[in-house]
Design a protein around this ligand. Structure first.
Ligand code: MF3
Ligand code: CO
Length: 249
């Protein structure tokens, strides 16, 4: 398994790519209101990313047809923008990837649309926290399994399902690099983390069963039981004393 260690020059480009992804989230957030179509959101995302001198990494990735991934309610990942309109009470995940001078940033965030149910608030709050629980272990000398285990333990504590078919990944001049970063696992196992590795940690949790299936569009992944799902992701660089979040404020 080859896990690339990035130079500081590469990390600087990854930092810019990550910052563009962060800015795109901030730009789109105010538009996430009842009535807007997912296509309108996707168009705005594409325009904004390009205005930053970057390109939307998802577009054309293995044939993916849209600029970003937009997944609503029981859709876990890779929803494709279209004519559908947002409704009050929905939860919407924007999974945004941008490529700047050949380097990628990747961050997903789930947002409430208008006033949402207590159940929706619960899964949003605890999936976001599960990401930060995992990131506490994103540090040189730890193993991938330490991150995975922290996410899983936190999800278990709050009775949320962990989607096992999907995981985080290395990020660099490819959107998906080694290693896989699962959201479940055993402490002390898996690849050793070293300074200069860059990874995306991305818990995808569900209110009900963690089982999922793929729609006929060959992209959208949904929960089997129709229960809500949330997804929070940051790209980070591993340091000796912790991690630097590249897709944050
Ligand atoms: N952030 C998404 C992921 O890591 C990117 C999806 S690529 C696309 O899975 F092909 F779906 F666009
Ligand atoms: Co990702």
């Amino acid at each position: 398994m080859l896990i690339k260690i990035k130079s500081e020059r590469e990390i600087e480009l990854l930092r810019t790519a990550g910052h563009i992804v962060y800015l795109t989230h901030q730009y789109l957030k105010p538009f996430l209101k009842e009535g807007i179509t997912t296509k309108e959101i996707d168009d705005k995302a594409g325009e904004f990313i390009k205005s930053c001198g970057a390109t939307p990494s998802c577009k054309g990735y293995h044939g993916y047809p849209a600029n970003i991934c937009i997944s609503i309610n029981d859709e876990v990942v890779h929803g494709i923008a279209g004519k559908r309109k947002l409704k009050n009470g929905d939860i919407i995940t924007l999974d945004i990837c941008a490529c700047y001078k050949g380097y990628h940033g990747d961050s997903a965030w789930s947002y409430p649309v208008g006033e949402v149910s207590d159940e929706a608030k619960y899964i949003l709050k605890h999936t976001e926290q599960a990401l930060y629980e995992g990131l506490k272990f994103a540090k040189a000398g730890n193993h991938i399994g330490d991150i995975s285990n922290a996410v899983e333990e936190y999800a278990n504590k709050y009775h949320l399902g962990v989607v096992k078919e999907l995981c985080g990944h290395g990020v660099g001049n490819e959107l998906h690099e080694e290693p896989d970063v699962p959201n479940y696992g055993i402490k002390g196992t898996g690849p050793l983390l070293k300074e200069g590795m860059t990874i995306a940690v991305e818990p995808m949790l569900t209110i009900g069963s963690p089982d999922v299936y793929m729609l006929d569009d060959d992209w959208t992944i949904k929960t089997d039981d129709g229960s809500l799902s949330a997804h929070f992701e940051h790209t980070v660089v591993i340091r000796n004393d912790g991690c630097e979040i590249l897709t944050g404020e």
